[in-house]
Design a binder for this molecule. Structure first.
Ligand SMILES: [Fe+2]
Ligand SMILES: [Fe+2]
Length: 275
């Protein structure tokens, strides 16, 4: 299986490319392509043009979860790619907020469901697994099995003043079930990076993981014990390639590079990877 990825949006800028707080990854499997998240504004489109990636070729767009730094770029992407089907968990459409003390900020998808329908080829709402290309699937809801991965303290969901801690049932991963090990693309891994990887190990035919790419949310104030437990698990399952980026944060990325050496690739926009 020929699997290639290109990082179109990330918090860190590579040479010539732009960056913003957000994530977008172009995936190509045996010549067919799919877009994983869209970043926050039009950075993914700018970088795709720079890298010579034709977004008209994508056969669909998957959203990892309902946060603006992954879905805000939809309008720019769809304006460039033409109408495509958008895959997302129904819970991704909820109203989401970042709350810190007296401050509250909207961080959900910045489009109404009617607008999403109108600007695309329609929405495919998936709670469970769904195939998006041959050998490529969205996981749907990720079972929570670890004790150290729970709700994030500042992230809430709800209407008006009735907010509750966000359970992130919508958080999912994109998986290429390659015969020599799965390639896993995460969004922010709000459902827990280890929960996601355990779920993939149980469901991928090879029973192993070759590569993990994407955000972990470990850089957003996660306790060091959670960072260590995640790294211990990664050591155990030994993926050949780990390219964590976005909300992993530079401090955690440095720790990972220290521990995993050449198996760890610090993420940045413009990186092309053959997995
Ligand atoms: Fe994010
Ligand atoms: Fe997020």
């Amino acid at each position: 299986m020929d699997v290639r990825v290109a990082i179109l949006c990330d918090n860190t800028a590579g040479l010539m490319t732009k960056a913003e707080h957000g994530l977008s990854v172009f995936l190509e499997v045996d010549g067919r392509s799919f877009l994983w998240d869209c970043g926050q504004t039009d950075v993914a489109v700018y970088n795709a043009n720079l890298l010579g990636i034709d977004l008209r070729s994508v056969e669909g767009i998957g959203l990892s979860h309902g946060h603006a730094d992954h879905a805000g770029g939809l309008w720019a992407v769809l304006s460039n790619s033409g109408p495509k089907k958008i895959y997302l968990h129904p819970g991704a459409l909820a109203h989401r907020y970042f709350v810190a003390g007296a401050m509250k900020r909207y961080v959900g998808i910045p489009y109404r469901p009617e607008a999403l329908e109108a600007m695309s080829q329609g929405m495919e709402l998936n709670s469970g697994p769904i195939d998006v290309l041959p050998g490529v699937r969205l996981t749907g809801e990720v079972p929570r099995v670890t004790e150290f991965e729970g709700p994030e303290p500042n992230l809430f969901v709800g209407e008006g003043r009735e907010l509750v801690p966000d359970p992130f049932t919508d958080d999912q991963a994109l998986v290429v079930d390659a015969p020599d090990g799965a390639v896993v693309l995460t969004g922010c891994a709000h459902s827990g990076a280890v929960n996601i990887l355990k779920h993939v190990l149980e469901t991928t035919p090879s029973g192993s993981i070759k590569a993990v790419i994407g955000g972990t949310h470990l850089g957003m104030g996660a306790p060091i014990s959670k960072v260590e437990a995640t790294m211990d698990f990664l050591e155990e399952i030994r993926p050949q390639i780990m390219m964590f980026n976005h909300c992993t944060g530079s401090v955690v990325m440095s720790r990972m590079q220290d521990r995993f050496k050449e198996r760890f690739i610090p993420g940045a926009t413009g990186i092309l990877l053959q997995v």
